[in-house]
Each structure stands twice: as C-alpha cells, then as structure tokens.
Ligand binder design. Structure first.
Ligand SMILES: [Zn+2]
Length: 446
C-alpha cells in the first residue's frame, strides 16, 4: 500500500490521553497505520494530501443505525407518530423488502455517513423478509470501504403472540440462533485493524423472548462478539417493561447478562440514576441518538449524568426512518445542544461532543486500535475544510467544527485509503446508486 502524508493541517485533533491539538502538523500513514504526527515530516514517494485551512479529526464512529430504512424516509403515516405507532406504520412496508433493497439502502446509508466524516459504523438489521440476509449489507459495505460492524438483529414475538411486528416479519428463535452462529463464523474478524466485526442484536426486549435475550448473551460470550439492542427509549418502553417483566429495563438487562464491557444499548433516554450507576459500574456502553430522540419525541437522554458516572457513550444517527438524516457530525452538534437545553450552556462543550463522536464511539464498539490519532493507531481520519461559508469568521476552528460546520467532510481516510475526496465518494458511483435507490423507493411506495 502506498504511503500517505497529510500535510500542513491547521489543527490535528488527536484525542490522545492529553487531548492534544497540534497546530501546523503533518500525519504520516503506512499500511493503514499512523506512523508519526508532527510538523515538517518528510516521506519520500508518499502520496500527499494538502490540509492547509483544514481541521483533521479521528474518523467519526456511528454506533447505531438501521440502514435499510434509507428507503423509507419521511413516510407520511410515520412522520408525527410516537415510537410504537411509527413502527406499526412502517412494518407493512418493510415486509416487501428483499436482498436488493437491503444492499442498495446500505450503500446509500454508508455514503451518507462517509460524507459526514464517519469511518466506522455499526448497523442493526433486525428483519429478514423475502430471503434478505445480513450478508447483503456486508457486501454493500465491502464496496464502500468503510469499517463495518453489522449486527445480526432479530424479532420473534409477532402480533398473534401479543407483540408489535406482523407475524410475517418475525423468525423462529432456533433459526435466529443458527443464523447468528453462521454470520459470526463466516464474518467475524477479531484482529486489530479489522474492517469487519459482527455483533448479536435482538431488536428490543419487547420483540423477543426472555430466553432468546439470555441465549444470545451466552452465545456472544462463547463466540467473543458484542451484544447490542434498544433499551429504555421512551416512557412507553418503561411502562411496557414494568408491565411485562415487572422491572425496569436496566434490571431486566442485568438479569439476562446484558451488561458489561461487551454490551452497548441504543437510546437509554429513560435510564434512572441507579441504572446509570449500574451501567457505569459494569462499563456497559450507550449509543446516544439525539436527533432520533427529538424526532420521535422520546426525550433528552441523561448524557451528562452518564458521562459523569463513567458510562461509555458514543453517538448514533439511528435509522433513516426516525432521524431522518444520517449526518454524524450534525448529530454531534445536536448532542451538545440537547444537554444544554436540559442542563444549561456549560453542560457539554463542543470538544466533549467531538470526543463522544470519535473516541467515545470507538470505545463503545470495543476498538482500542482506533478513535484517536496517534502513532500505532489505524489511519481512520476526517479532513474538514474550515475555509467555507459555514465556519467563516470563527476564532476557534475545533469548536467551530461542532458549533458551526461544515457538515460535509473534504477528505475521508479509512485504514489509510481515501474514501472521500473533495467532498465526493471515490469508492461508489453515487449518482448511479441513488438512481437505483430512487427506483426501489418508488416501487415500495407503489
Ligand atoms: Zn434504532
């Protein structure tokens, strides 16, 4: 692989142990790994990316998404509904998806993330109609060049058994576990620098049985992969947990083995103080999805309290039917703003939001090989041009990136390879992908 030299960045935001910000610095990359960072580096024969006028950050990390939903954005019946009503509107549409819908929708979701500075994303696919498989999304990610942590989701309690989804969208629990084993054996890569790691992810405690939650946790520990689900998303969710399980979501999770450093839960808007203490003590991770929480009126997640309790927190754009945008740097701004709505202007700084978006996400996904820019770490980084109209006149480019913009990256590097250049995807013919995506969306809309 050719060597890469990123030269003359106005600021390199390292996110290292001292959170150093280096002015006028270069970054030398070889074989997908950062070799050196500092001023005046000289590397004969390296490909050079000029970064004058730019802020360079670690690549942003997205810890929660449902990329298939890029085909069902702004669906009229779901625009103004709460979570459960929103789901009931969308389930019948999703029953018509197949492998092509999964593949193309994932390509679009990944491109949208890449253009907003994301180098590593997880995805939570929990329905597999008409022969769809997790493999469809994995094939899409391999083409785009982003680092990918797909999770094998599941729903097993359909309408006839008192659940929310139609019976056609649920699977038998034995088949779910078999397919979980298949995808882990086929795709999991535990090595440092892995481009692909698989997680296990029943959709939510209310869409699978207690036994499947427990068995999935046992399987994940046996296979050494991570666990993910939705938890404590809104008031309905808490009420359901109390009525159905006789306890709060945090206690349910703990009883079934769903706490620990290998677990991360999406949303957690309604965790109370003892659940926050539990997650901090057990090092359980949280994917904070501020725009989705606003869009569905779920509330403001207690991120300040979580961070103070040493809960590991990353950001998630959540599915494109409930966000509906999948712009990760915009999500960092919303995370910062929401804590200020709840707790005042000093509740979260722009730099802390940027830390959650980068290092925080990497920690939540169990990646100690990336998330900061330091020699020895994987070369996943975003180059932001601060000379445009969005940040014009700023006195502090690092804070301005979150407070002002831009919201589109200039260059994006994953494992030392350029995925975005000049604000355009290099790895995909995006106009062609969007045309195919548009035709599929039209077909679904009938
Ligand atoms: Zn979600």
């Amino acid at each position: 692989m050719p060597e890469l030299l990123i030269r003359n960045a106005d600021v390199v935001v390292t996110m290292n142990a001292t959170r150093a910000e280096l002015a006028g610095a270069d970054i030398h990359v070889r074989d997908g790994v950062i070799q050196a960072i500092g001023p005046g580096l000289a590397v004969a024969g390296a490909e050079v990316i000029e970064a004058r006028g730019c802020v360079v950050t670690p690549g942003l990390v997205n810890t929660h998404h449902h990329m298939f939903q890029t085909l069902t954005r702004a669906v009229p019946g779901g625009q103004d509904a709460l979570l459960f009503g929103w789901l009931r509107t969308l389930y019948p549409i999703w029953t018509r998806f197949g492998p092509e819908e999964m593949f193309v929708s994932t390509q679009v979701g990944l491109a949208e993330l890449a253009l907003s500075g994301c180098t590593l994303t997880s995805d939570h696919l929990y329905l597999f109609p008409n022969g769809s498989r997790l493999d469809d999304t994995i094939a899409a990610a391999a083409e785009t060049g982003l680092r990918f942590h797909p999770t094998r989701g599941a729903m097993s309690i359909g309408e006839s058994a008192g659940g929310l989804p139609p019976d056609t969208l649920v699977e038998r629990e034995g088949m779910i576990l078999d397919d979980m084993i298949r995808v882990v054996d086929q795709f999991q890569d535990p090595r440092p620098g892995a481009m692909m790691r698989v997680g296990l992810a029943p959709c939510s405690p209310f869409s699978v049985s207690r036994e499947l939650m427990r068995d999935t946790a046992l399987l994940a520990r046996d296979k050494r992969v991570m666990l993910h689900t939705h938890l404590a998303e809104n008031d309905e969710d808490i009420a359901h947990s109390l009525a159905q399980f006789g306890c709060r979501p945090g206690q349910y999770a703990e009883e079934l083995g769903w706490t620990g450093v290998d677990v991360w839960h999406a949303h957690c808007v309604k965790l109370n103080s003892s659940e926050i203490e539990l997650f901090g003590r057990s090092r359980t991770g949280v994917s904070h999805c501020p725009c989705s929480n606003c869009r569905l009126g779920s509330g403001i997640a207690p991120v300040r309290a979580m961070r103070d309790a040493r809960v590991r927190v990353g950001l998630g754009v959540d599915g494109s039917a409930s966000s509906d945008a999948g712009n990760l740097i915009a999500e960092a701004r919303m995370a910062m703003l929401l804590q200020r709505v709840a707790r005042g202007a000093d509740a979260m700084s722009a730099r802390e939001a940027l830390e959650i978006a980068t290092l925080g996400g990497a920690q939540v996904l169990g990646r100690d090989d990336l998330g900061s820019l330091e020699p020895g770490k994987r070369a996943d980084l975003a180059i932001w041009d601060m000379s445009g109209v969005e940040a014009a006149g700023n006195w502090d480019p690092v804070a301005a990136l979150v407070l002002c913009g831009p919201t589109r990256v200039r260059n994006l590097i994953v494992e030392g390879r350029e995925v975005v250049r000049g604000g355009e995807m290099l790895t995909l013919d995006l106009p062609k992908v969007l045309e195919r995506h548009r035709r599929l969306a039209q077909r679904l809309a009938g």
